[in-house]
Design a protein around this ligand. Structure first.
Ligand SMILES: *Cc1c(COP(=O)(O)O)cnc(C)c1O
Length: 414
């Protein structure tokens, strides 16, 4: 593996079966090789509008404000929190993994007063506990991760939107790991702001963060609009509203850029927009329901295969994300050595985890373009082979057989 700095990029053909990123759909890569346009070119602004329309359908929302933040998923998270929260605001965060901690950290940087509702890693937060905290704290915002890839748990979102409305709080969800893979009907769930990224179930590269914003959240965001020379624009209460601390992530400015006003803010990341637009087209052409079913089926097949090997799954399986599966690393097995053999012998990447779960679990994803039968079977077979080589006793061939049986059963029942 000696590279010369003048060599052309020629990465290995690796199968990315970790918790993200995953391999991009070839159509997305093709779209991203198209020529650039100026950001105010009518052809390009038409692509921007089409991208907004496509993502409204992906998010299952009527929200006018549905667009892209340039940057990785956390750019979306940061834009949402910094544009809504001002110093001293209360926020309630259901916290059940690493990305709940990220929401906490960003909210603290905004100067917000954070109340977390904690669940042990591997479980989710009870709705009653969220309601109790919201009733007590009366927050401006409730911020919740949908699928926390660090623990592979998906927080049930039903009921939270209703609680937020009852207590006049806005409701934000980080759906980076689930959008396009698990059902997320934004309007039906009463979520005010959702952000995501392309590199999980949407099957694109990281670097663009789709976002959708309700009118009620937009009102809050515009009320904090940057005010020139202390004069509030007509119709806005922004006269003495505190300016937000970021220019790049000032949603009011970004929304002015994505509106008919086309007020210059940043230069829209042309290539990422091409990619994001293609991701949405692929998702919608397959159909949201078909897509969720495909991910759920792969999850059942993966679970059957792993259990057939005698492995123990991590956490409360009834609340597992359908696109990622956590596996306890068996006693006496070196988890990092197994990951290295998967990569070196089979060109397959699987994940480990963070914090309290570091060295304790592997995480195997099957999402987006990679969430397909043969990838599930190949990954299970490879893991079985590697584990056997590490001295783990298991019945040969049982993993892929068990997964195949799940697929066969779904075909006969269909
Ligand atoms: C993967 C993931 C992210 C990643 O953020 P990036 O900035 O794209 O690295 C954020 N939130 C959740 C829930 C994730 O699973």
């Amino acid at each position: 593996m000696t590279n010369d700095i003048f060599d052309e990029i020629d990465p290995p053909q690796r199968l990315l079966m970790g918790p993200g990123p995953v391999n991009a759909h070839p159509r997305v890569l093709r779209a991203m090789s198209a020529q650039l346009l100026g950001q105010f070119d009518p052809e390009f602004t038409a692509y921007m509008n089409e991208t907004m329309a496509l993502y409204r359908r992906v998010f299952e929302t009527e929200n006018r404000w549905t667009f892209l933040i340039d940057g990785t998923s956390r750019a979306g998270i940061e834009a949402a929190l910094i544009s809504v929260l001002e110093p001293g605001d209360n926020i309630v965060i259901p916290n059940f993994g690493r990305f709940g901690l990220l929401l906490t950290e960003i909210a603290q940087r905004c100067g917000a007063v954070v109340t977390t509702v904690d669940a042990e890693w591997g479980t989710v937060v009870a709705l009653e506990a969220i309601e109790e905290a919201v009733a007590r704290v009366k927050p401006r915002l409730v911020a919740c991760v949908h699928g926390d890839t660090s623990t592979t748990m998906a927080q049930p979102l039903e009921g939270i939107g209703e609680i937020c409305r009852r207590y006049d709080a806005l409701f934000y969800v980080d759906a980076t790991a689930t959008l396009g893979g698990m059902s997320l009907p934004v309007d039906k769930l009463g979520i005010d702001i959702v952000t995501a990224g392309l590199q999980k179930c949407l099957g694109g590269p990281s670097g663009s963060a789709p976002i959708t914003i309700s009118d009620r959240a937009a009102e809050r965001i515009f009320s904090r609009r940057h005010v020139e020379k202390g004069i509030a624009p007509a119709g806005l209460v922004g006269g003495n509203a505190p300016r937000i601390a970021s220019n790049y992530f000032d949603l009011a400015m970004i929304m002015d850029y994505w509106s008919e006003k086309r007020l210059n803010h940043h230069t829209e990341a042309t290539t990422m927009l091409y990619g994001a637009r293609e991701c949405a087209r692929i998702v919608l052409q397959e159909g949201l329901e078909a897509r969720y079913t495909r991910h759920a089926l792969a999850s059942r097949a993966m679970v059957a295969g792993l259990e057939a090997m005698g492995l123990t799954l991590f956490g409360d399986i009834s609340n597992k994300m359908s696109n990622v599966t956590g596996i306890e690393i068996p006693v006496g097995i070196d988890g990092e050595h197994v990951r290295a053999r998967m990569r070196l012998d089979f060109e397959i990447e699987i994940g480990s985890s963070f914090g309290p779960l570091q060295g304790r679990i592997w995480r195997i994803g099957a999402m987006g373009y990679n969430c397909r039968k043969h990838n599930v079977l190949i990954t299970l077979n490879a893991l079985e082979c590697v584990l056997r080589g590490e001295g783990f006793k298991l019945p040969s061939g049982s993993a892929a057989d068990a997964a195949l049986a799940v697929y066969a059963a779904s075909e006969t029942s269909a």
